[in-house]
Design a protein around this ligand. Structure first.
Ligand code: PLP
Length: 398
């Protein structure tokens, strides 16, 4: 039987498959330390859980409007005004099943067959597959480590064609942890307006910034023209340790919001009613839980960066946000681990898992085949143990 060519062309998520493999080894009784998953190890704060329990007890267990409850959309609009200086009416907000779903909605609402979407590399691996799911073509625009992975007009120009429909901008970044500067964001905004393309701004890590001289800036806040052509994506997964609740959202023009809500009404209907009540408590409730987690991540960032920066052969930049350390392993190529000559990050990732029992994410699918991503969203104890094992691996290289 001839199945969907589009579906056959989609690669499964390599981060999820590493997590699965680590799970299998753990099931065999092996003490695997995982640096692979991109989710906070903290528990969802109690007041958020309570809001969900109350929702169940009060019978808030039925369909809601497909785009989410008016109350939650209003709360998101208020948050965007207060935190990001963005003016949205609640009808411009669409609540979805996680930011992943919001991103797919956004792409499905704007992409026609043959349209190109620029994805600056290194990039979160799902973007390329999401563009394909929407029927478009991902075009990768490579940034450089020596420029802190900053995107520039020149790099955008090199990827731009008359088929370009949109560019995806992620700050803070998964996998690099870099936070784009205002200058860079203004350059991207000017480019988008001039070329009449849409910006999908993924701001899911906005609350997790550590460098004192960096702050989160929403690209849509630069003026009417860029506001009109930006789809801002955010959610509660990373800031409030709510990955399993599956609530994300978009803020966009009314026209695009209507398209997304309409597609969603046929595909998934509303996001889970109980999780929407939890997200409302997260967004409207006390924010000190976010700062507590941010502080803990900052401590871990400092520790893991210091450890890796001291190891021979490895190169890395100090992450400014999110919870990933992005490490260049090309300095180890040609060295031997036992009898194996090292030649790629993918091979090194497999060795680290099988021989040293640390699960990491080799970044070929993120557009950077010499790099490995370490998520430090795990306990201080695990990070220390994992870094001891990495150091051990490096010390065995000949
Ligand atoms: N955007 C980026 C850059 C991410 O790293 C992730 C999750 O890893 C998401 C979006 C998806 O978030 P959610 O869990 O809300 O779907």
């Amino acid at each position: 039987m001839k199945l969907s060519e589009k579906a056959l062309g989609i690669k499964p998520s390599s981060t999820l498959s590493i997590t699965e493999k680590a799970g299998v080894l753990r099931g065999e009784g092996k003490d695997v330390i995982s640096f692979s998953v991109g989710e906070p190890d903290f528990d969802t704060p109690d007041h958020i859980k309570k809001a969900a329990i109350d929702a169940i007890n009060e019978g808030f267990t039925k369909y809601t409007p497909a785009a989410g409850t008016v109350e939650l959309r209003k709360a998101v609009a208020k948050k965007l005004k207060e935190d990001n200086g963005l003016d949205y009416d609640y009808t411009q907000i669409v609540i979805s099943n996680g930011a992943k779903h919001s991103l797919v909605n956004a792409l499905m609402a704007i992409v026609n067959p043959g349209d190109e979407v620029i994805i600056p590399a290194p990039f979160w691996l799902s973007y390329a597959e999401m563009v394909r799911i929407a029927g478009g073509t991902p075009v990768i625009a490579y940034t450089k480590a020596e420029n802190n992975f900053e995107l520039s007009r020149e790099i955008l120009e090199s990827a731009y064609t008359d088929k370009t429909k949109a560019v995806i901008v992620t700050t803070p970044s998964n996998p690099t942890g870099m936070v784009l500067t205002e200058k860079c964001l203004r350059e991207i905004a000017d480019f988008a307006v001039e070329k009449d393309i849409i910006v999908i701004a993924d701001e899911i890590y906005e609350k997790l910034i550590y460098s004192k001289d960096k702050k989160h800036i929403s690209i849509a806040s630069f003026g009417k023209e860029i506001y009109e052509r930006t789809i801002t994506v955010n959610g509660v997964s990373k800031s409030y340790a709510m990955t399993g609740w599956r609530i994300g959202y978009t803020a966009s023009s009314k026209q695009i919001a209507k398209l997304m809500a309409s597609m969603q009404s046929h595909m998934t209907s509303n996001p889970n009613s109980i999780a929407q009540m939890a997200a409302l408590a997260a967004i409207e409730g006390p924010q000190d839980c976010v700062e507590d987690m941010r502080e803990k991540f900052e401590e871990r960032r400092d520790y893991i960066y210091d450890r890796v920066a001291k190891m021979p052969y490895l190169k890395t930049l100090k992450p400014e946000g999110a919870f990933y350390l992005f490490v260049d392993f090309s300095g180890t190529y040609g060295k031997k681990y036992n009898d194996t000559v090292l030649e790629s990050a993918a091979q090194i990732g497999a060795l680290l898992l099988d021989e040293e029992l640390i699960a990491v994410v080799p970044c070929a699918d993120f557009g950077m085949p010499d790099y490995i991503r370490f998520s430090y969203a795990t306990s201080n104890e695990n990070i220390k143990k994992g870094m001891d094992r990495l150091e051990d691996f490096i010390s065995k290289l000949k």
